[in-house]
Design a binder for this molecule. Structure first.
Ligand SMILES: Nc1ncnc2c1ncn2[C@@H]1O[C@H](COP(=O)(O)OP(=O)(O)OP(=O)(O)O)[C@@H](O)[C@H]1O
Ligand SMILES: [Mg+2]
Length: 527
């Protein structure tokens, strides 16, 4: 691999890269940085966690001049958390050069954003809904934008965002430099992308297998009712450093995070119905390790880079193969190993095989961890915690009382009692989750396509204030119909709950399957 010195980058950019701890470039960086520096339009595809952000960030920072007093680059991301994260990386890269960048996303005080915009950032990293708000208020002008980047491009050009992206790109000068990035790039989306790109180069460093190779994958077959106990056993057995558990719906995420807390796991939920403050708090706690378990909808599936995530669990099977690839890609990043478990109910096995087929990776089956394995794992983790304290914390204040106790009791019994307390067994706490319907392959209905319009067409839905991203739609095409029956809001959640989301169209993609847009793919209110 090339070192960053070999790209002809200016010293201030190199210094930032070194400070970030990057030595060699990753394959996608090696391929795209020179092309991007030449100003070539491109589609960059590489596995999750392989440094696509710097692949576009480095050449962008290299190109922009700090003296510029207008917005010259626009990066668009599908979720608020991702916009924040990408903005952070861009700001690190631009720090010595004095490049000003600003994240712009829904849920944040717009007045505050307007104030920050007055400082004349050169790069805006935003979610489409809020960007449009600013464009309409004339607080953001795109007339001078020279570079546009779509991170998670397949998601951004998919039905939910397409209209917004089109409206935004219409306002950017045509002779711009455009780059699209994602780990997945279905052919129909690539075709769509052509309209935004000029003679693009398709840079793909995807080997045979789409999912990242450092992720050990497995599935466990179990009934819906066994899932929660199964998850607790798995968490006990594996003792993750940090884990992300994906649930299908917002309700699921709420119930599951609460249930885990009841059982003594430091868990919190993330989904689009939370306030931005709540979302920020949950992410901050997860990043700093004050919680070990993040329970999330697909809002956390794309792009998020949290170091220390050793495990991903698909508590519910994802709807799309892409979603599977991105979800499990939250672990096994930047050369680290990770483990991904997927829970599959007997009726969903066909759907799992479909995901295997599309991602070209056979997922091995593992048994449900036994109670003995769970206990053993938990005990081992507790022992490790004790040893860790023993080795790192010399002067703790419990020594006096420890000496007293040891004079009165047997040392083994004493330690065993302390460990029992530490292990915090709360198995007796009863929890109940509302069952989810199984996902399964089923015959499609005949082609009944209709336009996918957002109800009301208001931008409000983008900020999680209600309204599904996708209006009513139909299914189209033939072949695989990986959908469940359409789910309506059974718990009064209405369209705020993503379970009613419909996505029209059903064209074949590069992986040779029909994307069923009438599916109830686990969509969240992304911005
Ligand atoms: N050249 C490099 N050397 C070492 N670490 C790197 C390098 N480039 C990026 N990284 C680190 O690798 C991690 C993953 O990078 P990044 O988030 O850009 O991946 P990605 O390809 O965008 O993944 P995803 O498809 O999930 O969005 C980050 O923590 C980043 O700081
Ligand atoms: Mg990324």
């Amino acid at each position: 691999m090339k070192t960053f010195n070999e790209f002809g980058l200016e010293p201030k950019v190199l210094r930032a890269i070194t400070e970030m701890g990057f030595e060699e470039s990753t394959p996608i960086q090696e391929k795209t940085i020179p092309l991007a520096m030449e100003g070539k339009d491109l589609i960059g595809q590489a596995q999750t966690g392989t440094g696509k952000t710097a692949a576009f960030g480095v050449p962008l920072i290299h190109k922009i001049q700090p003296t510029e007093e207008k917005i010259v680059a626009l990066i668009m991301c599908p979720t608020r958390e991702l916009a924040i994260q990408v903005a952070e990386e861009i700001s690190k890269l631009g720090r010595f050069k004095g490049i000003r960048s600003l994240p712009i996303y829904g849920g944040q005080d717009i007045v505050k954003q307007i104030r920050a915009l007055k400082k004349k950032p050169q790069i805006i990293i935003g979610t489409p809904g809020r960007l449009l708000d600013h464009i309409n208020r004339k607080t953001i002008k795109l007339d001078d934008v020279q570079t546009v980047i779509l991170d998670e491009a397949d998601e951004m050009l998919d039905m939910g965002f397409m209209e917004d992206i089109q409206s935004i790109l219409k306002l950017v000068p045509e002779d711009r430099h455009t780059m699209l990035f994602s780990a997945t790039m279905p052919a129909n989306i690539q075709r769509l992308a052509q309209q935004f790109l000029r003679n693009p180069e398709h840079v793909s460093v995807i080997p045979k297998q789409v999912s990242a190779p450092l992720i050990q994958q497995a599935y466990i077959e179990m009934h819906e009712k066994q899932k929660f106990e199964g998850l607790c056993r798995l968490l006990d057995m594996e003792a993750p450093e940090l884990a992300i558990i994906f649930g299908r719906t917002k309700r699921r995420v709420d119930e599951l995070s609460e249930a885990l807390q009841k059982r003594g796991y430091p868990a919190e939920g993330l989904h689009g119905d939370l306030s931005q403050n709540q979302r920020d708090n949950v992410m901050r706690k997860f990043r700093d390790g004050s919680i070990d378990v993040l329970v999330a909808t697909d809002v956390a599936a794309r792009g998020l880079d949290v170091s220390g995530v050793t495990h991903v669990v698909n508590f519910d099977l994802p709807q799309d193969p892409e979603s599977y690839v991105h979800r499990i890609g939250r672990t096994g990043r930047a050369g680290k190993e990770g483990t991904a478990w997927t829970f599959v109910t007997p009726r969903e096995i066909d759907h799992l095989h479909f995901i295997e087929k599309i991602t070209r990776h056979k997922i091995p089956k593992k048994p449900l961890p036994s109670l003995a394995e769970a206990i053993e794992g938990k005990q081992k983790a507790t022992a490790e915690r004790i040893i860790d304290i023993l080795q790192n914390d010399e002067n703790h204040e419990f020594k006096g009382v420890a000496i007293q106790l040891l004079e009165q009791y047997d040392s083994v019994n004493l330690l065993a009692a302390a460990m029992k307390l530490l292990t915090g067994d709360k198995k007796e706490v009863a929890v109940e989750l509302t069952p989810e319907d199984p996902l399964r392959a089923k015959k499609r209905r005949p082609d009944v396509r209709s336009a996918g319009r957002r109800p009301g067409g208001s931008y409000g839905s983008r900020d999680g204030r209600g309204g599904s991203r996708y209006g009513s739609g139909g299914s189209g095409g033939s072949g695989y119909g990986g959908s469940r029956p359409r789910r309506d809001s059974r718990d009064g959640g209405g369209s705020r709950d993503n379970r009613g989301s419909d996505r029209p169209s059903g064209s074949k993609d590069s992986w040779g399957y029909s994307r069923d847009r009438n599916s109830t793919r686990s969509r969240d209110t992304y911005e």
